[in-house]
Design a protein. Structure first.
Length: 512
């Protein structure tokens, strides 16, 4: 049998047992990095592989070989040897008559079939754990001991390897990914990331922001490019470049920003990086700024110049979830919540970039759906009016405000918030929620309108116009503009008040 062309597809599957099985941040970081790095590194070890596409945990290669089955077995054995705690599927399909789309469908189907036939968890080898269960993943048998602070912990071989990998990633990820001249170390745990020992940010100290962003319809876009392997490769490169530009700009902007550092360590955690997804953790006082920076990068990406180019270069949009919470909240639950927010955004709007958020004021977290959680707090009718938000960096729908970047707007927004009657706006939000809860109650409707009239009477018209231009317009979807003052903007403004533009006292704004 002579040499022939094949597509070879490698995918890390069944992610939960290596991503969501523990709240230990180093272990989660390591598991994510292993899933990302293992398929991508194969081309360096097997030199006859030509990379076509790289996603978060998937690699697609073209290869010329006279023994495709033998190559598949060899690659699978290599992955088991070097990444024994992660489950992979490896398959090939012949590339006949240059039918790239057909070969890709076939090799993907073979991957799925293989996935269904193998265990969902990498079965560990017998160890000398003396019958103990891993204290971090609470699933696998313990194999070794570590010290966490002043406590001795028994952990599995899987956790031990992922934890070591994650600690190395903390030192090298930014340097390697961004090709920096020097190492950039990040904080080793979420408590240090969110620590505000000097109380510069008041009640935001000890809180973190978890940011998850996922591309809208990227899978459909790629399916539309299956007849053109170069276009598929270019699309992957385009997305990876976009994410890299964002992360590079973010890291560069933090070099002289002491509020983004704890000592020499950068207050940043990268929990997911690859494909069309990313997940970051920042201090609560940097969460909104970081998310808006991402949207700015997406908006500034070079658009297609003509219809022909647009066919192979569609606009990129994202759905994002943003959760503000205590750094002591179980990270696995907050990750789940951030993803739920983004998924809910996609159900409402998948052709434009939008985001949703949740503010958790204690270590409690949603144990039900986001809709049920909000219904519990605000009532069913008010919750239905909480639509996803457009990027705050976009221009106001009213005239009179410049299109400025969010970092440029922060000081102006902070100064404006200082002039706003927070108590009166909170009062409007509370009465709006009550009115929405019982929309047929004329008394509640009249009371809300009376308080709106009083707010407009006390505050000058110029101030109210400025309030809408700078803040409220960004928090209210276009379709709600016809409702006058009956909108969720009051509630959004109340919920996000401390997080929109938090600046330390030296800038002239009191800590919240």
């Amino acid at each position: 049998m002579g040499n022939s062309q094949h597509l070879l597809r490698v995918e890390g599957v069944n992610h939960a047992p290596v991503l969501d099985d523990t709240d230990d941040i180093s272990t989660r970081r390591g598991g994510s990095a292993m899933l990302r790095d293992a398929p991508a590194a194969l081309a360096k070890h097997f030199h006859n592989l030509e990379t076509v596409s790289l996603e978060a945990s998937v690699a697609l290669f073209e290869v010329t070989t006279d023994d495709p089955d033998g190559l598949v077995r060899c690659i699978a054995a290599h992955l088991v040897k070097h990444f024994p705690h992660i489950t992979f599927v490896v398959d090939s399909a012949p590339l006949v008559d240059d039918d790239f789309a057909g070969a890709l469908r076939e090799v993907t189907a073979r991957n799925r079939f293989r996935q269904f036939r193998q265990p969902t968890v990498a079965v560990p080898e017998p160890t000398g754990g003396h019958g103990r269960v891993c204290e971090l993943d609470r699933l696998r048998p313990a194999a070794t001991e570590i010290m966490q602070g002043d406590k001795k912990r028994h952990i599995s071989a899987s956790v031990d390897d992922r934890r070591d990998w994650g600690r190395e990633q903390r030192k090298h990820f930014l340097h390697t990914t961004l090709e920096l001249d020097a190492e950039v170390a990040t904080t080793s745990n979420l408590v240090d990331l969110a620590d505000d020992g000097s109380r510069r940010f008041g009640n935001l100290g000890g809180k973190m922001a978890v940011i998850y962003a996922d591309g809208n319809g990227f899978g459909g876009i790629k399916r539309g490019l299956l007849d053109n392997r170069n276009a598929l490769h270019d699309f992957d490169t385009r997305v990876q470049t976009l994410h890299k530009v964002f992360l590079g700009d973010l890291v560069e902007s933090t070099r002289h920003d002491e509020d983004f550092h704890n000592g020499k360590d950068l207050r940043l955690e990268v929990l997911l990086w690859g494909g069309d997804e990313l997940m970051l953790v920042t201090p609560a006082w940097k969460g909104m700024e970081t998310l808006q920076r991402f949207f700015e990068t997406v908006e500034e990406e070079t658009p297609a110049q003509n219809l022909a180019e647009a066919a192979h270069k569609p606009a990129l949009t994202y759905a994002a979830g943003l959760v503000f919470c205590s750094a002591n909240t179980p990270i696995a639950e907050i990750v789940r919540t951030a993803k739920q927010l983004a998924e809910a955004v996609k159900e409402v709007e998948h052709s434009k970039s939008r985001f949703d958020y949740l503010v958790l004021e204690s270590v409690d977290y949603p144990t039900q759906s986001i809709e049920q959680f909000r219904t519990l707090h605000f009532g069913a009718n008010a919750s239905k009016a909480l639509w996803p938000l457009a990027p705050l960096t976009s221009g106001s729908r009213r005239e009179g405000i410049e299109h400025a970047s969010w970092p440029q707007r922060i000081k102006e927004t902070a100064a404006f918030l200082d002039c706003c009657p927070r108590g009166a706006i909170r009062d409007l939000a509370q009465h709006w929620v009550r009115m929405r809860d019982k929309p047929t109650d004329a008394g509640l409707c009249n009371e809300f309108q009376r308080r709106v009239d009083r707010f407009l009477e006390i505050n000058k018209r110029d101030f109210v116009d400025e309030l809408y231009r700078r803040l409220v317009d960004h928090l209210v979807p276009e379709h709600a503009q016809a409702l006058g003052h009956d909108h969720a903007g009051w509630l959004h403004l109340t919920e996000l008040w401390d997080y929109l533009a938090p600046l330390p006292p030296k800038t002239g704004r009191a800590a919240p």
